[in-house]
Design a binder for this molecule. Structure first.
Ligand SMILES: Nc1nc2c(ncn2[C@@H]2O[C@H](COP(=O)(O)OP(=O)(O)O)[C@@H](O)[C@H]2O)c(=O)[nH]1
Ligand SMILES: [Mg+2]
Length: 382
């Protein structure tokens, strides 16, 4: 599903269409109520009807629905669950429960996925939030990024196994993490070594969107200073967060994404409480000195984050996951298979990645779960 939607909605294809439209003389435009295409050709046989493809795509996309998998990472209590609830104005993520005493310092990071079907104006979306409670909560946080890296790679591996199966599903279930929201504590100083280490490693395998958590605890000056410091530190450490400069497709992209890059990390405030302000119901945090409206851009940058994830860049986030991050994993994985098999050529001929990027599966190589099942998941780390 992802491929067909992404192919259909790339700017290139739209541009090509509009170019062609200029050459096609339309004797009668498309008309009729939305959702129904009535094409009247009149007597002009030069009308081909290429423009109707947009309607076909729309109907197909509506039928299939959309899927987005968001992972949230950060220390307990930084407002991850609250922000996810704010994002979709529904209880998509469970609030932290007070841990029972013996569980106060968990030994491992437990990763939980919660899926919700959301519908708005007839468009269906399956949102999966992957919560990583306890990240960085231990006294020794060395290598605490590892379980998260493993989880991300496991999802790539599951997808790869489905792809190389001879009898593959019409729609491969996509559990790949499309975006990882990384919560930076609102210290106002600089990134901690843990933050740098996590983002440096993980930005190579997943789209990272850093946010400053609980930004209502900073003054405007502190917030601006902190944002600037973080941007400088990301640059100094060679950390490429989403939207990555090298994946801008054209000058239009660059223009839009440069504006986003200047605003990163978003200083967010979350709340799932509704209040009445000036006769309107708003999501906010009520304090003694007033109510912070989380969706008001004069108060915080939550709305920018939401727009990026859902309204403007959702398809691009998924495209980059598929064509860059997953692709890197896939190529590496299959190369490893090749190396492995070429050293033991007699038993299992390998899966061959062809120059055009497609897989050529040697039937004898495919076992119950595909050839690559014989290997441990590799660390997809450059
Ligand atoms: N001041 C402030 N508090 C917040 C914000 N978001 C969440 N909280 C509060 O912080 C506490 C922990 O939030 P929670 O979402 O459970 O954090 P999690 O452990 O990261 O999932 C709760 O009491 C929230 O009400 C925020 O943006 N600002
Ligand atoms: Mg939580």
């Amino acid at each position: 599903m992802q491929k067909s939607i992404s192919e259909c909605t790339t700017r290139h294809s739209l541009k090509e269409l509009s170019l062609q439209e200029q050459h096609v003389h339309l004797s009668a435009p498309l008309s009729g109520p939305p959702g129904k295409v009535i094409i009247s050709h009149g007597s002009d046989f030069s009308y081909v009807g290429i423009d109707a493809i947009l309607e076909q795509m729309r109907r197909k996309a509506m039928k299939q629905g959309f899927e987005l998998n968001i992972m949230v990472v950060g220390q307990s209590g930084l407002g991850k669950s609250t922000l996810m609830n704010t994002l979709f104005k529904s209880k998509v993520s469970r609030k932290s429960v007070q841990p029972i005493p013996e569980e106060r310092i968990p030994k491992t990071i437990e990763i939980k996925s919660i899926s919700h079907d959301i519908e708005e104006k007839g468009v269906r979306m399956k949102l999966t939030v992957i919560d990583t409670p306890g990240f960085g909560d231990q006294i020794n946080n060395e290598n605490c990024w590892q379980p998260i890296m493993k989880f991300i790679n496991d999802q790539y591996e599951a997808y790869l196994q489905e792809e190389i199966n001879i009898n593959r599903k019409k729609r491969i279930p996509d559990s790949r993490v499309h975006c990882c929201i990384y919560f930076i504590p609102p210290t106002g100083h600089c990134l901690r070594p843990l933050d740098v280490e996590f983002m440096r490693r993980l930005s190579k395998v997943v789209n990272i969107v850093p946010v400053i958590a609980k930004a209502d605890t900073l003054t405007l000056e502190e917030r601006d200073y902190f944002k600037q410091t973080i941007r400088e530190e990301l640059r100094a450490n060679g950390i490429d967060v989403y939207p990555q400069k090298e994946f801008d497709e054209d000058a239009d992209d660059r223009l839009i994404n440069d504006k986003i890059r200047e605003m990163i990390p978003f200083a967010v405030v979350g709340s799932d409480q509704e209040y009445q302000v000036n006769g309107k119901r708003i999501l906010g945090r009520k304090t003694k000195w007033g109510t912070i409206e989380v969706e008001n851009i004069a108060h915080c940058e939550f709305a920018y984050l939401r727009d990026l994830l859902i309204r403007t860049h959702m398809q691009n986030i998924k495209d980059i996951t598929g064509s860059i991050h997953y692709e890197t994993y896939r190529v590496r994985r299959l190369n490893e298979s090749n190396t492995h098999f070429s050293s033991q050529p007699s038993d299992h001929p390998p899966v061959q990645p062809k120059a055009n990027g497609q897989l050529e599966v040697q039937p004898s190589a495919v076992q119950a779960n595909g050839v690559a099942a014989q290997h441990e998941a590799l660390s997809h780390e450059m």
